[in-house]
Design a binder for this molecule. Structure first.
Ligand code: ADP
Ligand code: MG
Length: 561
């Protein structure tokens, strides 16, 4: 199938060709001709990342009257991020057309700015339901001439409690409109909306109803409760080029896991509801740009984060409901790219897998937790591959003769060995005596069986002793006293401050994990710590300017300690 066969006009075809679209996705191939040639309503069921925006967006652009100044299409979407994305995406499709005005309005931004943008009436309005109602009450939007009403990610909108708002909005739009509803899943409430507000809609679904994207492999790993974090790290180490989301169940868990990962030297950050909008934007941007490899997030906060091509989705804990699982795993395995979804479950949580398999209509496979040896091998190959594809800087040439001269008495293998050791000794050291995490969970299963068969009802919960190495491997924070300066920060024991928090905070504020920190001493109200002299300025500047350092004051400790 080719885009030319769908009946789209040339300006649009050119624009999407420039965006690199070659073939229409399944949902586009079905929905676009239907919208262009028929008049009925549509319920479209398709996973995230299947190209729904173009499926409805292209026919809308083709059919609106660009000479008219009325609002002709209203697109409702659950989050601010999605609204912005849809508006941006649609503007790109319209780049070859004249006189198309698209505006996005959403909560969480100063309404005055949006009021101003609405001074010129847009033909296409993209909105979150809450903000739209607000603007309707202020009589700043005009829905009398709406021809298309699109409910995008309808299931998400319901999850977010927008049902009443949606009903209010639907009642205020003309009866003669065409209504299109898109959703990844089809819960009863959606069927109700379809019944009440749509006219004999055709259902166009891609793949089976409620089925997770096909090109996702679903795995679970069995872990003990007490080794959950250790297992996560093992997995992250096993996939050195991972670009993924670690889903947690609560804000607190999200914060804890992210903080630990940061202290342990991973390129990770947290996304949760306790962050300010500016902080959330900044994390999301870093993640979008791949400046951040691992995002630790709650389901709510990750909603609307559009990131394509995740290599992995990791469920640090499984969600309570199965639809959430579908959403999470739908973030990997996007258009033509396969992805991996891995759930960490304890033996007692394993029962949750079966019902999910039924919903996604796809089996899970058990994945063994990679052994330390496997991780080392994988990392080594990864490094060799990276080395081979690297383009050495020309500036190196002038030093080469000297270096070659210095190494001339060493044989090739020995040189390789030593260069690898430079990079790898820490990792090897860490994994050398690492626990076999598979065996440790098997042991737990066995002993729980034994205790059951002895008739003991004793729960093993909370009995888990953390038997994992406590060392955080990538953290190199020991410095020579002579090269350090003593600083203090206005948080101490009374604030629950501890060394880990300090390191996490410094990582967070500076975004630089190489800053070396020496001795840390905590008094009731202050924490004193040694910092590599070379990094003091950078640290001070970061604390003075980063929003994340709000409320923290860092100063030099004068004189002797
Ligand atoms: P959905 O709304 O179904 O989650 P989007 O409309 O946001 O999906 O599209 C996901 C990504 O795929 C976007 O970056 C979009 O530009 C891209 N995309 C959409 N259709 C195509 C296509 N036919 N070929 C290539 N990329 C596409
Ligand atoms: Mg979408």
């Amino acid at each position: 199938m080719n885009f030319n066969e769908l009946g789209l006009k040339q300006e649009i075809l050119t624009a999407i060709a420039e965006m690199g679209f070659v073939e229409p996705s399944e949902i586009q191939a079905e929905v676009i001709p239907y919208l262009l040639n028929e008049t009925g309503d549509v319920v479209g069921l398709a996973q995230t990342g299947t190209g729904k925006t173009a499926a409805f967006g292209l026919p809308i652009l083709q059919t609106i009257d660009t000479k008219s100044k009325h609002t002709q299409a209203l697109i409702l979407s659950p989050t601010r991020e999605l609204c912005m994305q849809i508006a941006t995406e649609m503007s790109k499709y319209a780049s070859g057309m004249h006189g198309v005005h698209i505006v996005a309005v959403y909560g969480g931004e100063d309404i005055r700015k949006q009021l101003k943008e609405l001074d010129t009436t847009p033909q296409i309005l993209v909105a979150t339901p809450g903000r739209l109602i607000d603007l309707m009450e202020r009589k700043k939007v005009h829905l009398e001439n709406i021809q298309y009403l699109i409910l995008d990610e309808a299931d998400e909108m319901l999850n977010m409690g927008f049902l009443d708002d949606i009903n209010t909005i639907l009642e205020k739009t003309p009866e003669a409109r065409r209504t299109l509803l898109f959703s990844a899943t089809m819960p009863n409430e959606i069927a109700k909306i379809a019944m009440n507000y749509m006219k004999n809609p055709v259902e166009i679904s891609v793949g089976k109803k409620n089925e997770a994207a096909k090109n996702v492999e679903h795995y679970y790993v069995l872990t003990k409760q007490s080794t959950r974090y250790e297992v996560l790290k093992r997995l992250l180490d096993y996939y050195p080029d991972i670009y993924g989301i670690v889903f947690c169940r609560t804000r607190q868990e999200t914060k804890d896991v992210a903080e630990k990962l940061m202290v342990d030297g991973y390129n990770a950050d947290a996304l949760h509801g306790d962050l300010s909008q500016a902080q959330r934007d900044s994390v999301m941007n870093k993640f979008r740009l791949r400046a951040l490899q691992i995002l630790v997030a709650t389901d709510v906060a990750a909603r609307g984060l559009d990131v394509n091509d995740l290599t992995h989705v990791i469920h640090y804990n499984l969600p309570d409901d199965r639809e959430t699982y579908t959403h999470r795993s739908g973030r990997t395995g996007r258009v033509n790219k396969s992805g991996i979804s891995i759930a960490l479950v304890t033996p007692r949580e394993k029962g949750a897998i079966k019902p999910i398999e039924r919903v996604i209509n796809h089996p899970f496979n058990q994945m063994e937790i990679p052994s330390g040896g496997m991780v080392c091998q994988k990392q080594l190959y990864y490094m060799v591959e990276k080395m081979q594809s690297l383009e050495p800087d020309k500036k190196l040439e002038r030093y080469m003769p000297d270096v070659v001269e210095l190494l001339k008495n060493m044989d090739r293998d020995d040189i390789i060995r030593r260069f690898i050791a430079l990079q790898f000794n820490q990792l090897l050291e860490y994994y050398h005596n690492s626990t076999d995490l598979n065996a440790s969970v098997q042991q737990e299963i066995k002993s729980s069986r034994d205790s059951k068969s002895r008739g003991s009802k004793g729960s093993r919960r909370g009995a888990g002793i953390d038997d994992e190495p406590k060392k955080s491997r990538r953290q190199m924070r020991v410095v020579d006293k002579g090269d350090t300066l003593r600083l203090k920060i206005n948080r101490g024991r009374k604030d629950g401050f501890e060394p880990k928090r300090l390191l996490g905070l410094i990582n967070d504020v500076t975004g630089d994990k190489s800053i070396k920190i020496g001795d840390i001493d905590i008094s009731p109200k202050f924490t004193f710590f040694d910092v590599d002299k070379k990094c003091v300025k950078q640290l001070m500047q970061a604390f003075a300017s980063s929003p994340r350092a709000k409320g923290f004051i860092i100063g030099e400790v004068k004189g002797n300690r």
